[in-house]
Design a protein around this ligand. Structure first.
Ligand code: NAP
Length: 439
């Protein structure tokens, strides 16, 4: 890990606003955003009536259409962000999403010495370090336990429970939309109809690019890397691969290899070198990663001393995510401070040394396998298996080559040559094979 000046989510500076209220009266809570998660947070606060927390304001644009009769009368409904930011609320709970204007609200609240709870992974992935410094300087708290894996306490688990270990690897299923699509495809469905079902059920956006393109998982991985590996990376340095290239035939070949396919976000320390990637990968059916179904999330972290720890459960949905938000609020009300998490800026690469699955779709002719094996041999890459299922037409023949662990860069050089062959009907599909998940 590079040495540099450390930023810290510190534990020692005074927290006047929250401390004062902790001792004397409940924390006054202003919700920003009354959508799926915001309304669930309100529901829990209203039904559970935690004595340490008091819902005082609900802000949303065009708020009149959002009003519900189960929110107590004294709560102020507003579509004036300035007024709510200037109110006597102690904590702003930002649940509108996106970088702007949510980022500006959070900054202004922290500037004013208020505390903030948010579930906004994008904001935290890109600006979390700065915002934590601001909270620190102004005597407030910033908590974002719901920003990764929704209701699964991965973030508090890393901040507290695993702070004593040195985390060397993270492997996670961090996007419920992709997991829903891929676990349905595992049962024989095709990509397009499953995406349509996911959209109809509200699991996928009308424009699913953030999810299926891997951008959402990349932001979450960057947050986990900072907390677990203590590195501040630019999320855009992680180049995600989309799941849209996966076809039903890949699940069929994967099954023959004792595997399935999942979108995995993965980061690992190799001595001083750090690598991270997000994309569809072959996962051994014996790995816990293969067991996650539907919209579930799962994170496996490997500690140098404690070995593997697995977190799993509902990664999204109003109520599970709201539980994480309310837990953050309760922790704040009780003055719970996280273990100091010193982190330092770091560069991240994409070089892993793992086995790969490569699926080709070709117009069959003599010499194709020889050309592919030749290109791999030139890069010193050893073939593990060549698998070709019967029953496909010769003019659109899918077949698979698996290779022994090799550097990603060497494989890319070999595939660049193979790609030139005029018999290739589509780009060869190259997937990492995760054989160590859960070890
Ligand atoms: N849903 C989940 O399962 C989940 C899980 C983990 C994390 N999160 C995160 O939680 C946050 C909220 O997600 P959500 O699913 O609750 O979203 P949502 O259902 O779309 O709710 C967002 C709410 O904020 C309001 N809003 C958005 N932009 C606004 C603006 N500029 N001014 C005023 N109001 C605005 C929206 O109003 P309109 O109704 O007018 O659009 C809506 O009521 C996001 O950061 C998301 O990434 C969600």
């Amino acid at each position: 890990m590079p040495e540099a000046q450390h930023s810290a989510s510190s534990v020692d500076s005074p927290r006047p606003a929250v401390e004062k209220h902790r001792r004397h009266k409940p924390l006054r809570i202003a919700l920003f955003g009354f959508g799926t998660v915001g309304s669930s947070v309100a529901r829990i606060l209203v039904e559970s009536k935690p004595q340490e927390l008091k819902l005082t304001h609900i802000f949303n644009r065009n708020v009149a259409r959002k009003r519900v009769d189960w929110v107590p009368e004294g709560v102020v409904w507003s579509d004036d962000a300035d007024a709510v930011l200037g109110s006597d609320a102690d904590v702003i709970v930002e649940l509108a999403g996106g970088l702007d204007p949510a980022g500006a609200w959070v900054r202004r609240a922290l500037e004013a010495g208020k505390s903030v709870v948010t579930a906004n992974k994008k904001l935290i992935a890109f600006h979390g370090v700065d915002l934590e410094r601001l909270a620190e300087a102004k005597g407030g708290h910033l908590k974002y336990g719901a920003a990764v894996a929704g209701g699964i306490p991965v973030i508090p688990g890393l901040e507290q429970g695993l702070a004593g270990d040195h985390i060397v690897r993270i492997e996670g299923i961090l996007n419920g939309t992709c997991n829903f699509i891929l676990s349905q495809m595992q049962e024989g469905a095709e990509y397009a109809p499953v995406l349509a079902t996911a959209q109809a059920k509200g699991y996928a956006e009308a424009d699913p690019t953030e999810d299926v393109g891997g951008f959402d998982a990349r932001a979450k991985l960057a947050i986990l890397m900072r907390l677990a590996m203590r590195v501040e990376i630019d999320p855009e340095e992680i180049v995600p691969k989309p799941i849209t290239t996966i076809a039903a035939v890949d699940f069929s070949y994967a099954r023959d290899l004792g595997c399935t396919i999942r979108q995995v976000a993965r980061a690992e320390h190799f001595g001083d070198r750090l690598a991270a990637t997000v994309g569809p990968m072959l996962v051994d059916l014996r790995s816990p990663l293969a067991w996650s179904q539907g919209t579930e999330n799962m994170v496996i972290v490997k500690g140098q001393y404690g070995g593997n720890v697995v977190f799993s459960g509902h990664g999204a949905g109003g109520h599970p995510t709201a539980v994480a938000v309310v837990s953050d609020l309760l922790a704040m009300a009780h003055g719970s401070r996280r273990v100091e998490v010193p982190s330092a800026p770091a560069k991240v690469g994409a070089e892993f040394e793992v086995p790969h699955y490569i699926r080709f779709l070709v117009a069959d002719r003599p010499g194709i396998v020889a050309a592919i094996t030749g290109a791999l041999a030139e890069e010193q890459i050893n073939i593990r298996a060549i698998v070709q299922k019967a029953g496909y037409p010769a003019d659109a023949l899918p077949f698979v080559v698996t290779v022994e662990p090799c550097k990603s860069s060497a494989l890319q050089r070999a595939l660049a040559k193979v790609r030139e062959m005029d018999c290739m009907l589509v780009e060869p599909l190259d997937l990492q094979m995760l054989e160590n998940g859960g070890e």
